[in-house]
Design a protein around this ligand. Structure first.
Ligand code: AMP
Ligand code: ZN
Length: 479
């Protein structure tokens, strides 16, 4: 029964434009690759939206019993990185890896932690060269003197199948950069020959650096072999990036590259996609100065991963009050459990049934292409019932079942603020005692400037200090 349960998860596949039952290639293992960031700057809220969505999806699939292996790449070689490094005079690798670290910090603040592995593109150059050589040997790629190695899309008749465009139309199209020497306007670079001021690697077909698309095809193949279960990214990556990945990978291996293609909708601002190039972006770091990471996460999971979402402060404000409702209910539940002793009175059957039905509804919403807004509305329904129950009910069995629903749902929504373990609580208490004491002494010496500085810095760290008649009291701000 348990084993069969996960067979009912359906996902919308961009390739077939249908919802399909998710069937892993091998038993219940799911090999997943999601295109990661190009790390030349801080990540913005659009990146947060896409990555929170995939994190929720992977956590849900694990909750449903799949053995998910989730690989994310870091694009650490790319035009944008090289240009930025040349502008700032930094070494390209230091710049890219510095921002990759910042990206990982941002993700971890947002509880995006379901990845099993990060892979830097620059660590896979040797395999990329091998793959490009295979494409050249098969006659699917060609060289342009002094420029690079290109993929010939007319050699891959299925080019366009993911974005549902016809190869003839694409061959005739002229939107892509006009390079007279290319055979077709949409032919794309696999390898760019060495230019001054750019990093390069020796290769049999000429020293240079890889194009973006071959990076992902190669890292997928190195980790998982020819066919993956799931490949994801934001919808802007469908064309040309993922179309090109398919063309390369399937030409190299002769096998189907990906079974299920999942794409997230954009995070927009005033109706326009949030992006670096449009300059309309808010970095995750900036947002987290005002809003708790859990608020941002709840905002993201309250929307369906494929729908476009408009960013505005009001939606974060509303996520904030919803989060308060969730955490207050959870705190009250934990307190009730602590006080319940071993109350073994007759369990309230109707409450037990309602908890069971709510969880079934949450699961069936999530099974249907991860319909998290519907699942969350069921979760709010449960919280309403729970609050009512807690007014008088204290049966241990009911409370335990309620906690199980809470913990199960939170294992994928992951919106509850992290609780500290006892040891770090004690350390924090001792450190705070010292700080409060030092601050009292400063105030006694009338050094209010330094005393205020301590308070404001603690505030930035999420700790509120309130001065009162009996000295200062501190508490951790949850939101
Ligand atoms: P980039 O670093 O721009 O290549 O993007 C990394 C990932 O974030 C890709 O999957 C993009 O599709 C996604 N992404 C970028 N901007 C947005 C946005 N405004 N909304 C949703 N996803 C985005
Ligand atoms: Zn990619």
């Amino acid at each position: 029964m348990e084993v069969m349960k996960h067979m009912s998860v359906k996902v919308y596949n961009t390739l077939t434009r249908r919802k399909e039952e998710l069937r892993p290639i091998s038993e219940n293992r799911l090999n997943v690759y999601v295109c990661g960031p190009t790390t030349y700057d801080y990540s913005h809220l659009g990146h947060a939206r896409t990555n929170i969505s995939f994190d929720m999806i992977m956590k849900y699939l694990r909750f449903r019993g799949f053995d998910v292996f989730f690989l994310m790449n870091i694009t650490d070689i790319d035009d944008k990185i090289i240009n930025r490094a040349n502008e700032t005079g930094q070494n390209w690798k230091e710049l890219a890896h510095g921002f990759a670290d910042k990206f990982k910090e941002d993700m971890s603040a947002l509880h995006v932690n379901s990845m099993n592995k990060f892979q830097n593109a620059s660590d896979s150059i040797e395999s990329m060269i091998k793959n490009i050589q295979i494409l050249l040997d098969k006659g699917v790629a060609y060289m342009i003197e002094g420029d690079g190695v290109y993929f010939d899309i007319s050699e891959f008749p299925e080019y366009g199948k993911l974005s549902h465009q016809k190869l003839e139309d694409l061959r005739a199209g002229s939107r892509v950069d006009v390079n007279e020497k290319k055979k077709n306007p949409y032919d794309f670079a696999l390898w760019k020959f060495k230019k001054p001021g750019e990093p390069s690697w020796p290769a049999p077909f000429g020293e240079g650096r890889p194009g973006w698309h071959i990076e992902c095809s190669t890292m997928c193949n190195d980790q998982f072999g020819p066919t993956l279960d799931i490949h994801g990214g934001g919808r802007d990556l469908i064309f040309p990036h993922h179309e090109c990945e398919i063309a390369q990978s399937e030409s190299i291996t002769g096998k189907k590259f990906v079974n299920y293609w999942l794409h997230t909708g954009f995070l927009n601002i005033s109706g326009e996609k949030m992006s670096k190039s449009l300059g309309n972006f808010k970095t995750i770091r900036d947002i987290l100065k005002t809003w708790a990471p859990e608020v941002v996460r709840l905002f993201a999971v309250s929307n369906h991963y494929r729908s476009p979402v408009d960013f505005n402060p009001e939606s974060l404000e509303s996520a904030k009050s919803s989060l308060e409702r969730i955490t207050n209910a959870y705190d009250a539940l934990l307190e009730a459990l602590e006080n319940a002793g071993d109350d073994s009175s007759q369990a309230d059957e109707s409450m037990l049934n309602s908890i069971k039905e709510r969880m079934e509804k949450i699961i069936s919403a999530m099974d249907d292409d991860f319909n998290s807004p519907l699942a969350i509305s069921e979760f709010y329904g449960f919280i309403k019932d729970l609050n009512k129950y807690l007014e008088s009910g204290k049966n241990r069995k009911v409370l335990k079942e309620a906690k199980k629903l809470f913990d199960d749902a939170n294992s994928f929504f992951d919106v509850l603020p992290e609780r500290k373990d006892g040891q770090s609580d004690k350390t924090l208490e001792s450190v705070m005692e010292i700080l409060v004491d030092v601050r009292e002494k400063l105030r006694a010496k009338k050094d209010f400037e330094l005393a205020d500085l301590i308070r404001s810095r603690l505030g930035e760290a999420g700790i509120a200090l309130e001065d009162g008649k009996d000295g200062a009291k501190w508490k951790i701000r949850k939101y």
